[in-house]
Write a protein that binds this ligand. Structure first.
Ligand SMILES: NC(=O)c1ccc[n+]([C@@H]2O[C@H](COP(=O)([O-])OP(=O)(O)OC[C@H]3O[C@@H](n4cnc5c(N)ncnc54)[C@H](OP(=O)(O)O)[C@@H]3O)[C@@H](O)[C@H]2O)c1
Length: 363
């Protein structure tokens, strides 16, 4: 390994995989990836498989080194030789790992999202003091500001008492607070806050159908028949290629140090435009929209109540109450070729078409 070293957690996830590919294709950096064994597949083999699927396995062992660890452990439980290696080589540290399940329990979200970030910060300080760390890039979420209240979220602040829809949001808020504190104490931090990440802007492609996709499935398969929202309410989604291209452009610019960036759609689609996709996909079930102020869960039949419980973690995302200032993002992307994304009906159709083609949606 001869070039600058990037260390990344969460590289086996949806965003991390794409970021690794982008860094391998567009930079000369070497990458150290934190990985853990899963479903009996050893930690390094998982990464090798991901690179192989992308036709990039030639980099395995030359530009990519895999270190075994778990973010819930102090120093990620890294072996001494791996810690020494990171101390010697690491210049940029991306902390991306998180539990992204919107129905995660308080305990799980605390352990992985809050505890994991505390451990990442502790390690980052060590690499900064004893080694050569120049940047700490933290993947937060636009929903740290809480999705269930009327609020305009700015990039330079974190509200003290937001209204959260789930433990994912509250744990990411607490974790970002810790990252901001470290920034205040001199750690060179950049915070990336995407909204809901979906497939590629042109092809709709995505490696896993997480976060908002299970909701789309409930709706498309006719499991969800009643939705407490208005057709004009919006939901903020961003294509994954925009998030990756914007992140790398932001990190490339030294002015992004000690700043936070909203990676969101400037014109999010409406629920009405999602429901109108039935015109293109006639098998998608009909849905009744109910005024949220008169909606009562206990008026639903037992099956409806069960389905509604599955929907509850998503409700904030479907009512567009939270809006986002994007001054920092627009300013820093102005001199690059990365444009704010378009997420209109044509893009929604692309996403659904890809999810159906990939077998995720039976429509
Ligand atoms: N996707 C979105 O819509 C979205 C939107 C806004 C912000 N974000 C943020 O962006 C980041 C990446 O999201 P994503 O959608 O790519 O997530 P994802 O697909 O769910 O992947 C999560 C990643 O975290 C790793 N991880 C979880 N627990 C871990 C542990 N205990 N130790 C080590 N690694 C662990 C996973 O490793 P394994 O493969 O081993 O499980 C995986 O690599 C997260 O911080 C998320 O909060 C995502």
């Amino acid at each position: 390994m001869a070039h600058d070293l990037v260390f990344m957690t969460g590289a086996t996830g949806v965003l991390g995989q794409e970021l690794v590919k982008k860094l391998l294709l567009t930079t000369e950096s070497d990458i150290a990836i934190l990985s853990r064994a899963k479903n009996r597949v050893p930690h390094a083999e998982r990464v090798r498989k991901i690179l192989k699927a992308a036709g990039m396995d030639a980099h395995f062992g030359s530009r990519v080194r895999v270190v075994e660890g778990d973010v819930t452990k102090r120093k990620f439980g890294l072996k001494k030789e791996d810690l020494d290696f990171l101390e010697r080589e690491c210049r940029v540290f991306y902390h991306i790992a998180a539990l992204t399940a919107l129905n995660g329990t308080d305990k799980e979200c605390q352990q992985i999202n809050v505890g994991g970030t505390e451990h990442a910060l502790e390690l980052a300080w060590d690499l900064r003091k004893k080694g050569n760390l120049e940047r700490f890039i933290y993947f937060s979420t636009a929903f740290v500001a809480g999705s269930v209240w009327n609020y305009r979220s700015t990039e330079d602040s974190l509200p003290e008492k937001p209204a959260f829809a789930n433990y994912y949001e509250s744990s990411k808020h607490e974790a970002e607070g810790k990252v901001r504190k470290a920034m205040g104490h001199g750690l060179p931090v950049t915070i990336i806050r995407p909204s809901i990440v979906v497939g590629d802007s042109v092809t709709g492609e995505v490696s896993d159908f997480n976060v908002i996709y299970p909701f789309i499935k409930l709706f498309a398969h006719g499991i969800l028949t009643k939705l407490p929202t208005h057709p004009e309410n919006t939901f903020n989604i961003v294509p994954i290629d925009f998030v990756i291209n914007a992140t790398t452009a932001i990190v490339r610019n030294p002015r992004s140090i000690n700043k936070c960036f909203h990676l969101v759609s400037p014109e999010p689609p409406s629920i009405g435009s999602l429901v109108a996709l039935r015109e293109s996909f006639p098998k998608v079930a009909k849905i009744e929209m109910i005024d949220p102020s008169s909606f009562k869960k206990d008026q639903l039949d037992p099956q409806g109540q069960m389905v509604f419980s599955m929907l509850e973690p998503y409700l904030g995302y479907l009512n567009g109450k939270l809006t986002f200032d994007t001054s920092n993002t627009e300013e820093i992307l102005r001199d690059t070729d990365v444009r704010m994304p378009e997420t209109g009906p044509a893009f929604l159709k692309t996403l659904i078409t890809y999810a159906a083609k990939a077998g995720y949606l039976a429509i």
